[in-house]
Design a protein around this ligand. Structure first.
Ligand code: NAP
Length: 225
């Protein structure tokens, strides 16, 4: 049962994060959703609050997590979803682009997990879901920064799974193929996985019984383009 659980969703203003926020809210979860810019925050309900937070900044992350615990009385679930992509070979990528991808996709997940774990422990356990990618297992040309961030995120998640298990905290990695969002310079298309499908998988991973943990889910396209 997810009703009245409390979740933090990073990158919850659009794309996959927005779909996750909506499915969690439909399941009665109290949600604090963040994004870097605050753009696209359209609706606020008593049990759904949007906050600006830059996951690249640890003090911004601790403020978000402490705010959530104060307003909803605790935290049970963290969805590390915020992400960016810059495509380019090693010679073309700028230092700023490399740093933005690594600090958002990898360090951001570490910062949010680090900030939320004491709160999960107080509740007797919880669940962290990391939005990884098929690009965590398959490289692509121009993927130097993005592949590095997502391969790194999978490595981080493997270790976190083992560290968190004794504290009754489950950890799940979701690895979708191309999802129909405005991620980077891509545009949604009908052959792509829907954000709602990814969000439903997130919720299914949260609902599995106490003795089981969904550690990894790969979501591939059912058709070729
Ligand atoms: N779309 C795909 O094909 C695909 C496939 C596999 C995995 N993924 C992963 O799924 C996640 C979501 O992707 P998406 O397609 O939904 O992307 P999206 O539509 O571009 O949304 C990205 C979200 O992340 C937020 N964000 C970016 N940098 C942030 C930061 N430093 N701090 C806080 N929030 C930040 C954005 O907020 P602002 O609007 O304020 O920037 C936005 O809410 C990413 O981790 C991505 O790597 C995507």
């Amino acid at each position: 049962m997810l009703k009245n659980k409390v979740a933090v969703v990073t990158g919850g203003s659009r794309g996959i994060g927005k779909a996750v926020v909506e499915v969690l809210s439909d399941n009665g979860v109290k949600v604090v959703a963040c994004s870097k810019s605050g753009r696209g925050f359209v609706h606020e309900f008593p049990n759904l609050i949007f906050k600006k937070c830059d996951v690249r900044c640890y003090s911004s992350v601790t403020k978000l997590v402490d705010f959530t615990a104060d307003i909803f009385g605790g935290v049970d679930i963290l969805i590390n979803n915020a992400g960016v992509v810059h495509r380019g070979g090693v010679e073309d990528l700028t230092i700023d682009q490399w740093n933005e991808v690594i600090s958002t996709n990898l360090s951001g997940a570490f910062y949010c997990s680090k900030a939320v774990m004491p709160h999960l422990r107080v509740r007797g356990g919880g669940h962290i879901v990391n939005m990884s990618s098929r690009s965590a297992v398959v490289g692509f040309p121009g993927g130097a920064a993005y592949n590095a961030s997502k391969f790194g995120l999978n490595g981080f998640t493997e270790a976190l799974f083992l560290d968190a298990a004794p504290q009754n905290i489950k950890v799940t990695t979701i690895m979708p193929g191309r999802v129909a969002t405005d991620f980077g310079d891509e545009r949604p298309d009908s052959w792509q996985i829907s954000p709602e499908d990814v969000a439903n998988v997130v919720v299914e991973s949260l609902l599995v019984g106490a003795a089981a943990a969904i550690s990894k889910v790969e979501i591939r396209h059912s058709k070729t383009r």
